[in-house]
Design a protein around this ligand. Structure first.
Ligand code: GUN
Ligand code: ZN
Length: 430
């Protein structure tokens, strides 16, 4: 059945870059988004499209802005309950907060309960697609993928591989990591809108045998994702250099084991050099820039300009629970500040790109989501520029759509998400 939505419509056709390249953006001030059976037919001017839509029901959102559903390129659903835990940098934070909360996921019922709450929070914040870490327990991947399936979401997730340098109760081993991941791939990958990610936690918590097993899976299943952390904190990078003395760099460790390839996504990448960045681009890897986490854990400042210069595909990740918000708009607001500190620009339209089409490109999902091209999934968000009293005042005096979107991005929270649509269906929050 055809259906249409009327509001201002904004989406990216390409990366607007630091110069806010206007041709990269398509904007319809009085726009119509026409969909059919969960798929985009067309986005255009209401005046042009309405005459062809005589029998089509039109939902009007006056004063609102429709943008593509947001995409979170890196997040940990089991860490929901340790968000905003005080005072530690990465390696201490893992021991103090992350590992204990993940140990609770030995209980499958708990994993299913958290998965549902987590996805409702994503949707409340306008996020319709995510690349998600589970825990070491295979049923954590079942929990999040089943919860996404029941909501009709496009989501990629995996069970974590970790067999050393972490609590015994959270360790698997190379053989079970391989076997469990294979079972989960066969069960979930390509089912409905779901994908599987082989998920070695990071180089410090996987033995060489386990990294080799992950690499073997990665070559046996080339259309499955690889999802891990890379070069987040300096203490971590130094320890990786001690553990893998023959590797040129941290990225070299993953590359050596066959984990750098198309559909490999690396969170953080703060402490890379140009050789690594070019190798990342040549190898087909992509990067999740996680600004709230990088600031909160005191990890460092991401160099987006250097990544772009090396042609590395980049999206944004919330990295909750190291990150402090599940909102991609808040995450974009912190990205703006991280870049500003380094003399780099992030215009509003480039921020929109990073949380929509850019993220879709980073995840190799740009044939499915990221903008309103014909045939893509009808995942979209209705933004309310007057979601709070202060944003109503600020956007009320904005004289351009760029200014309005920038103010929404800086001031946003879930009050600014008037509705979230997943494959054309409005999501009713619990
Ligand atoms: N590196 C290894 N594990 C983690 C994690 O859970 N969160 C973050 N931010 N970095 C990690
Ligand atoms: Zn992470």
């Amino acid at each position: 059945m055809r259906e249409a939505f009327r509001a201002t419509i904004l989406h990216c056709l390409a990366d607007p870059g630091e110069g806010a390249e206007a041709s990269a953006i398509q904007q319809f001030d009085d726009g119509l988004l026409l969909i059919e059976d969960g798929t985009v037919i067309e986005a255009g001017d209401a005046a042009t499209l309405l005459p062809q839509c005589e029998d089509v029901p039109v939902t009007e959102f006056p004063g609102k802005i429709i943008v593509p559903g947001f995409i979170d390129c890196h997040v940990h659903f089991p860490q929901l309950d340790i968000i905003a835990s005080h005072g530690k940098q990465l390696l201490d934070w893992l021991n103090r907060y992350a590992y204990p909360v993940e140990a609770q996921f030995a209980d499958a019922a708990h994993a299913h309960e958290v998965a549902g709450v987590f996805l409702d929070e994503l949707l409340r914040n306008g996020t319709t697609t995510a690349l998600v870490f589970g825990t070491v327990h295979a049923h954590s991947a079942d929990a999040i993928l089943a919860a996404a399936q029941s909501r009709g979401m496009r989501l990629i997730a995996g069970k974590v591989l970790m067999d050393r340098m972490c609590p015994d109760e959270l360790q698997d081993d190379p053989a079970s990591a391989y076997a469990d991941s294979k079972t989960l791939i066969e069960r979930w990958h390509g089912k409905d809108r779901l994908g599987y990610a082989i998920t070695p936690r990071f180089a410090l918590t996987s033995s060489e045998e386990q990294l080799a097993a992950a690499g073997r899976l990665a070559s046996e299943y080339p259309d499955v994702w690889v999802h891990t952390h890379l070069a987040e904190s300096t203490a971590e990078v130094e320890e990786v250099a001690r553990q893998f003395p023959d590797s040129r760099s941290y990225l070299d460790v993953y590359d050596h084991f066959g984990l750098l390839r198309e559909r490999s996504v690396f969170a953080h990448c703060l402490h890379l050099d140009d050789e690594d960045r070019h190798r990342m681009a040549d190898g087909g890897g992509a990067v999740a820039f996680c600004p709230t986490s990088n600031l909160f854990l005191g990890s460092g400042l991401f160099d987006l300009r250097a990544m772009r210069s090396a042609n590395v595909r980049c999206g944004l990740g919330t990295d909750v629970g190291g990150g402090t918000s599940l909102s991609m708009l808040r995450t974009a607001s912190e990205a703006y500040k991280v870049l500003h500190l380094q003399g780099q620009a992030l215009p509003a339209m480039s921020a929109l790109y990073l949380v929509t089409l850019g993220a879709a490109e980073a995840l190799c999902l740009d044939d499915k989501v990221g903008n309103f091209e014909h045939g893509k999934d009808a995942d979209f968000v209705v933004l309310d520029p007057a979601g709070s009293p202060i944003s109503a005042r600020r956007t009320g005096v904005a004289t351009s759509i760029d200014e309005k979107l920038f103010a929404i991005t800086m001031l946003a929270d879930d009050r600014h998400i008037a509705a979230t649509y997943v494959a054309g269906q409005r999501y009713e929050f619990k």
